[in-house]
Design a protein around this ligand. Structure first.
Ligand SMILES: Cc1cc2nc3c(=O)[nH]c(=O)nc-3n(C[C@H](O)[C@H](O)[C@H](O)COP(=O)(O)O)c2cc1C
Length: 168
């Protein structure tokens, strides 16, 4: 079997974030997806070893932001290659809060949706969180960043904790 065949799948890149008390987690994912229109639901797939996974579980809500093409590799590195366990990902950048209390940055953000977790599914290495959208706001007209653009133009790599990681 050639697992790299799945590189042909299309997706965007997102930052999912949450706050549970003083605890904040945020990470890049390529697994944000709208599930239904009524009720408005989305899902995110988060590795159990990512700090953000536990924060979403404890918070019971999350913010989801599609990243725009304005993002550069330092931006991706901040959210996608470092861990909230020992690094304040919102330190030194403009940060806002959703109505559910989750932090996000409007920088390189096409929109923001505030979600309450209504279902979780354990899929082994990752948890799927289904979120009902409680608030949504368009933040920019800039093009959302696709995973293909990330690979072809930014020459970005996929770290082992991403759902789509294939050791080649
Ligand atoms: C392009 C890209 C795609 C990623 N996709 C996912 C994903 O879908 N799910 C996931 O759990 N982690 C994904 N990651 C990995 C996390 O962003 C990364 O492990 C991050 O450092 C976790 O941060 P945290 O420990 O603060 O949660 C991806 C990273 C990159 C750069």
């Amino acid at each position: 079997m050639d697992a790299t065949a799945l590189f042909k799948f299309s997706s965007g890149l997102y930052v999912v974030s949450a706050r549970a008390g003083e605890d904040v987690g945020a990470c890049v994912i390529n697994t944000g997806l709208q599930l239904t229109a009524e009720p408005l639901q989305v899902e995110v797939v988060v590795n159990k070893q990512n700090y953000t996974e536990g924060v979403i579980e404890r918070a019971g809500h999350f913010a989801l932001v599609p990243i725009t093409q304005e993002a550069d590799m330092p931006y991706i590195g901040r959210f996608g290659f470092r861990t909230s366990a020992n690094f304040d990902k919102f330190g030194g950048i403009e940060t806002r809060e959703t109505i559910l209390g989750d932090p996000y940055t409007p920088a390189c953000a096409a929109c923001v949706v505030a979600c309450e977790v209504v279902q979780t599914l354990d899929v082994g290495t990752h948890m799927i969180f289904v979120g009902e959208v409680k608030d949504a706001e368009v933040l920019s007209d800039a093009e959302p960043l696709t995973y293909a653009y990330y690979h072809s133009t930014l020459k970005g790599k996929t770290p082992p904790k991403a759902s789509s990681y294939v050791a080649v």
